[in-house]
Write a protein that binds this ligand. Structure first.
Ligand code: CTP
Length: 475
């Protein structure tokens, strides 16, 4: 095999020092995995380097640390035989070359020491098994037993071993294959793809957190639908997110059909990916129609309906986040809120846009009104060019109106101009339903545009309404 060297990849001081440390310990060491792959693809370096030692990874890490000027702390993970240190903001992980055999019910391997080739064999993909030698004698030499270089050139995801073994050993790799295909624009080799289908049930032993890590990476890619289509095609999506696959299909009753909400959703996700890097807004796009499966109905009069799907969908977001062990904090609330409000601006895009409708939208969406507009613009997937133009133009007007209305009325973070205390004091009343009635009436009058969002106007309005309720002012 032709010998290729890439010394230029190994400029960073850490490689020279690792090389020295390995010589002192009389072991061979290699940079392997994502660093080598991304260097060869000329992708941005992601501040994470994996080094494999044919010997003890922990001992090598300790030796490297002792040679570094600030002697960084070495974190040791004894069970896995790995160690990590941080150098100039880069995480460097050291691992001893190993042979692994996995038990069938867990991801945790039984580890035995091995050669470099054993170690490369047990990695996920040929493009991730490329190694560069750090040995002084052949510094920078590429070690590529599975022709990963060819796969990089041809943009192929292939496993070093029989894919059934690689995927069954660590089922997370099925998601990784799809994630790399999406991120890098690669094709999963046909045999590998069918092996994912065969092994899909094994994904159930993987924790939600790790699955979500991969989903986040797929969602963060330039064209996320690539990944979701593969997840769907292999059957993985149905296991991890049935809420989405339940949207797939077009039903026909009495000649009436509805759109395929799964493929529509994927279009929306691709659209939004062009307008935001916010992964949570991308999640909202992914989940915006999940309420449509449980609310779908056919009636002879109106055809297919999905009444209340936004509300049902918003509730489903929480359950889905819980099941996948995703954060249940303000991020989940944001996604749920976006789903609940996801149809609101659409009404505005079709009809005459009144100020009060815009004010209500800003009131309900608050700080997130721009995100909501971005979501709704992405939701326009009509293939009718006239409608497409009309909806986008209307949304432009809505956006302008949002700015105007907000400048005038400040309802984005609405604070009632008259407090409950003030109402109680004015009419000398104890906490009672009248206070709620007055507060609601003032808020409605502001949102409807009957009065401006100002203290005096709200006060005058309150006096008027209070009279009707039979309340009298006490001095
Ligand atoms: N690896 C593997 N199986 C896994 C995870 C990782 O074989 N389930 C191996 C691969 O060789 C991979 C290396 O460990 O290249 C480092 O893993 P990781 O840092 O997770 O991925 P990278 O390939 O570095 O890429 P990224 O950071 O984009 O995930």
């Amino acid at each position: 095999m032709k010998k290729t060297t890439h010394k230029e990849a190994l400029d960073n001081k850490i490689f020279k020092i690792t090389s020295q440390a390995a010589t002192q310990l009389n072991v061979k060491s290699y940079v392997i995995g994502g660093f080598v792959r991304d260097f060869l693809l000329q992708r941005d370096f992601k501040k994470d380097i994996d080094i494999v030692a044919v010997g003890s990874g922990i001992a090598l890490a300790q030796e490297v640390s002792s040679l570094l000027p600030n002697k960084p702390k070495v974190q040791v993970f004894k069970t896995y035989g790995t160690a990590m240190l941080c150098f100039e903001g880069i995480d460097i992980e050291f691992v001893g070359a190993r042979k692994e055999s996995y038990s069938t019910d867990s991801r945790n391997p039984v580890v035995e020491t091995g050669t470099l080739e054993d170690d490369q064999n047990r990695r996920d993909f040929t493009i991730n098994a490329l190694a560069l030698s750090l040995d002084e004698a052949d510094y920078g030499t590429l070690v590529d037993p599975f022709n990963g270089i060819e796969d990089l050139k041809n943009k192929i995801i292939r496993t070093p071993l029989d894919p059934d073994i690689t995927y069954s050993d660590d089922p997370l790799r099925m998601m990784r294959a799809i994630r790399f295909a999406t991120q890098l624009g690669f094709t999963i080799e046909a045999e590998s793809l069918t092996a994912i289908g065969r092994n899909k049930e094994r994904i159930k032993i993987i924790t939600g957190e790790r699955i979500v890590d991969e989903l986040n990476k797929i969602l963060s890619a330039a064209v996320p639908s690539v990944g979701f289509k593969l997840l769907h095609q292999t059957g993985l999506l149905h296991i991890i997110m049935p809420e989405l696959t339940n949207l797939q299909g077009v039903e026909e009753v009495e000649g009436q059909t509805h759109k395929d909400n799964f493929f529509h959703t994927l279009e929306v996700v691709d659209n939004i990916a062009q307008n935001t890097d916010d992964v949570w807004l991308r999640w909202a796009a992914l989940l915006h129609d999940i309420g449509k499966a449980p609310t779908k109905k056919f009636s002879k009069k109106v055809g297919w309906t999905f009444h209340g799907h936004e509300f049902v969908g918003g509730k489903m977001v929480k359950k889905l986040f819980e099941r996948l062990h995703m954060p249940l904090n303000h991020k989940m609330k944001f996604v749920s809120k976006m789903v609940m409000l996801s149809s609101r601006p659409i009404v505005l895009a079709q009809d005459i846009i009144t100020d009060s409708a815009v004010r209500r939208l800003v009131f309900d969406a608050g700080e997130d009104v721009e995100s909501l507009m971005t979501l709704c613009e992405a939701d326009i997937t009509t293939k009718n060019p006239n409608k497409f133009k009309k909806y986008h133009n209307n949304f432009k007007i809505v956006r302008q109106k949002i700015v105007e209305v907000e400048e005038r009325d400040h309802v984005r973070n609405f604070q009632p101009p008259i407090s409950g205390e003030e109402i109680m004091a004015t009419f000398n009343i104890k906490p009672s339903k009248e206070i709620g009635i007055l507060k609601e009436a003032i808020k409605e009058a502001i949102l409807e545009g009957e009065i401006p969002n100002e203290y005096q106007a709200a006060h005058d309005y309150m006096m008027e309404r209070a009279k009707k309720l039979g309340l009298v002012v006490v001095d």
